[in-house]
Every structure is written in structure tokens, then in C-alpha cells.
Design a protein. Sequence first.
Length: 310
Amino acid sequence: MKIIFAGTPDFAATHLQALIRQHDIVAVYTQPDRPAGRGKKLMASPVKLFAAQNNLDIYQPQSLKDAEQQAILARLQADIMVVVAYGLILPQVILDTPKLGCINVHGSILPRWRGAAPIQRAVEAGDNETGITIMQMDAGLDTGAMLTITRCTIDANETSGSLYNKLAALGGPALLGTLDKIEAGTAVATAQDNDQSTYAKKIDKIEALINWSESAAMIDRRIRAFNPFPAAYTEIGGQRVKIWGAQVASEQQASPGQILAADNNGLLVACGQGCLLLTEIQLAGKSRMPVSEILRSRAELFAPDKQFNQ
């Protein structure tokens, strides 16, 4: 089929890589280059980089709401548009332009976790299962009829990064199988149950600041949900400390945020309920390291009875 592909991050690039082997990609849409890094240089998206390497036509409009951009897309005469984490709203005229409409690859089992951050919110909530849903797009936010659902488990030590990789690997084959069914006219669309929907709001960096009054289980889920971005953090002695690895430990009576032990096993920290053993952390301007290594030079900062900020 003649396909317009629209996507931006690595997750989307993985799906484009799968598509290019079996279909005619007539155009790739991705968000405009954005400033990134300390130097704030303009950076191309992973989708743009992959498309350029494969000599695909690239379009980067600021919006698809104006008539000129809509006419450009219409002239491509695509059979279908595949959208994966594109990041721009598609107005109804765009949804109606390809012969077979637009389909979207979403990183959850809909209608659970509609919205911008389904992978992180599933980890944060402690879900045991998630997956990939491929749906026919409509004007709502992830409300379209479902064409394919592919499931996977969320392990007890799962981070958003590891789950992201799992879902990226599942998405490509699921997308190709769905397109085969659409092309053959055998795809079946199932309406979502709106009463069962939940919303995965965009991650705000302030959410990554740890509140030690919460339970150890909740803090552990947040640490894993915000790994690799934006990374959970806390403060002690005027320094910011990012937390990359932790384990829930048995409860001890102490003030939330108090360091109870500091040794080669890690930092044992009291929480509102239970304790958390921090095993991998990162000081400002330094690399992330096991706690055992950091204690060799900064033991005084993390001495027992010291207190992380609330």
C-alpha cells in the first residue's frame, strides 16, 4: 500500500523501519527540529534521521490545520496514514484524506491509558499487563475503534525504558499484520468502552521529586516509571541526587527520608510506609553509579541518620 507515516521519537522510528520493508512509504511526517542539549542546537527527530538515511520524502509542518498543508498531504494520494507518537493533532479533514483513513499505534491496552504517557503511567500505577493497540483514528483522543491488541506483561522490576523496548518490538509485527488485514478487507474494528477509560497525562518534571512520606512501594514505582525520563530525584545537603535503582525493604520506625543504613548494599531510607534500599544513584555533574562506589568518596553526605529533604 501507499502509506504516509507520521511519527517523531525512537518508538516511531522502529515502526517506520518495519513498514519500509513491505510497503511504499510515499511521505514521512515528523515534528520540526527542536533545540536540545546544553548548546540548544536544533536536533532532528529519530524518525527524520531514519527517513533521511532511506531517502524518504520528509515533511515537517508546524501544524496540519491550515489549508495549504492539507492540500499538500492530499496530493500524495495515499491509501492510508500510519501515526505513531507523532505529537501533532490531526484535524478531521486529514483523518478523511487517505482512502482508508488513518490508523494509530498506541502503547497501552485501550481504553486504559489514553493520552501522552501510557507507558510511564502503567508502570507508575503498578499494572501487571499492558500492550499495543492499533486503532482506527477519529477526532477524539485515542478513542477510535480498535483493530488489533497485542499484550505483554509488566515485570516487577520493569522501568519505562525496558517496557518501551518491549512494546517497540511488539508494535512493528502487529502493525504489519493489521495492514495486511486492512488491505485484504478482513480487519474488524471493535469500539472502545469509554466507561473503562483512564487518562495518561503528560509527565511533568516536578512529579519526579520524591515525597518520602509516600509508601516505599509507591516511590519504587515512580522511580521505575521516570527511568529514563525525567529521572526521579531527591535532595540532601543542598545537592540534588537522581535515583536510578531501588528495592522495597522491610519497615522500620523512623522519620520519612531518614537514612537508616549506608553500606555496600545501598542506602536504606525510611518512607511513610516501609523502607527503600537505594542501589544506584547519580550526583549532579557525575555519572550514575552503584551506591557502594559513591560511598567510597562521599560517605559523609549519606551517613546514617542524615535526612533527605521532604
